[in-house]
Ligand binder design. Structure first.
Ligand SMILES: *Cc1c(COP(=O)(O)O)cnc(C)c1O
Length: 391
């Protein structure tokens, strides 16, 4: 007799054909035929998923894609970029251990490390990631890892990953946040990093509609980090993984276009009289220009920052009001161009003094270049700058 209860309905029939696009496995759990199969699954004899917090076909597919794009052994997915970095900290560092971090890191990553310091007595050292020679003298017997970003936010300082890995001589793992550069521009695991991670909420998904994190690296490390993510509930979800997989298909094209446009805008806007300074690594005025020419000759990604001439938040407000086509949105790497204000968003938890020490002025506006044409963006940004320019 066929079952008439709707709770048991809705499973697609088996088919000799397969979907041309990947399906979404929006399922909490997976039915296991019997205890023998369960045993084989747990021992790794057969591959399969049991519970989505631990694994899911959409997670596995995305993790494998990231691993192969990064030329790494294994990959993993997380609830967000912070889920990735949080799981890395909780896996690699225990109470009383020591971690070395780049001086200029994503604001929430700094908050996470500070929280680990306050709650678990983690000791932290910082170094200037553009000066790898500073590193060896900071290593102690309790140093568990070194954390850097490929290109820093919002001043775009470029880390020479190979040089940093070189000074470490495999004594501690190097962990790299490559959110700003993507595997299209930099593959840290090929340069000596043990683990690379990304906020996939940014370029990898690329459409401003997903929160997700990914990591790739040495198989044993990635396995331990994934287990931590599962225990602490930092797991990704199938729909987000599916969306990111979809976004990845156009990553090479998007990054090419974005790099090209960003370079044009940075070069042109640097000469505008309403601009005090443009931060973009391929400009000769930038402190990382030499490294950037060598590592990112075709562009360092889609982010550049503009320090407006004038003083205080007022000039920033006037600029934003004069450029309504370019929304103020405290994220980056959307398909459309957006701007943000580091002093009141990503770095607002710092004192004005701390911000100045990092070089983040109140008049600094960070621009995340999207897929619009360079001509259109140049004209919109130039007219906004014209509007705030005091003759
Ligand atoms: C956004 C971002 C993160 C955090 O990622 P979420 O997905 O927002 O949690 C970490 N590092 C960098 C460089 C980022 O831009």
């Amino acid at each position: 007799m066929t079952d008439t209860h709707p709770a048991r309905m809705g499973h697609p029939r088996n088919s000799v054909t397969t979907p041309s696009a990947p399906p979404i496995f929006q399922s909490t759990a997976f039915d296991v035929p019997d205890l023998n199969v369960l045993q084989a699954l747990y021992s790794g004899e057969v591959a399969g998923d049991i519970y989505t917090r631990d694994s899911n076909p959409n997670h596995t597919a995305l993790a494998a894609s990231i691993a192969s794009m990064e030329h790494a052994e294994a990959g993993a997915v997380f609830a967000s970029g912070m889920g990735a970095v949080g799981s890395i900290f909780l896996t690699l560092a225990s109470a009383g251990d020591h971690v070395i971090m780049a001086r200029a890191l994503y604001g929430k990553t700094v908050q996470l490390a500070t929280r680990m310091q306050q709650q678990f007595g983690l000791s932290l050292s910082t170094f200037d990631s553009t000066q790898p020679k500073q590193l060896p003298s900071l290593l102690t017997s309790r140093t568990k890892f070194v954390l850097v970003e490929t290109v820093s936010n919002p001043l775009l300082e470029v880390a020479d990953i190979a040089a940093i890995a070189g000074t470490l001589e495999n004594r501690v793992p190097l962990i790299v946040d490559a959110t700003f550069t993507t595997p299209e521009l930099c593959r840290p695991c090929s340069l000596g990093a043990a683990v690379v991670f990304h906020s996939a909420s940014k370029y990898l998904n690329g459409h401003g509609d997903v929160m997700l994190g990914v990591a790739a690296g040495e198989k044993s490390l990635i396995k331990r980090i994934s287990e931590t993510a599962s225990i602490f509930g930092q797991n990704a979800n199938p729909f987000e993984s599916w969306l990111c997989q979809r976004g990845l298909r156009t990553l090479p094209l998007r990054m090419q276009q974005i790099c090209r446009t960003t370079r044009v805008l940075a070069e042109k806007l640097a000469d505008h009289p309403a601009v005090r300074r443009v931060y973009y690594p391929l400009l000769s005025s930038h402190c990382s220009s030499e490294v950037a020419q060598r590592l990112y000759p075709h562009g360092s990604g889609g982010i550049f920052s503009v320090e407006l001439a004038g003083t205080g938040f007022d000039v920033v407000n006037r600029f934003m009001q004069a450029a309504p086509m370019i929304p103020f949105s405290p994220t980056l790497a959307d398909a459309r161009t957006t701007m943000s204000h580091p002093a009141t968003t990503s770095h607002r938890f710092m004192s004005p003094q701390q911000r100045l020490e990092l070089g983040i002025q109140d008049e600094l506006v960070r621009i995340s270049v999207g897929l619009e044409s360079p001509e259109q963006l140049l004209s919109e940004l130039t007219s906004a700058l014209d509007a705030i320019h005091v003759h």
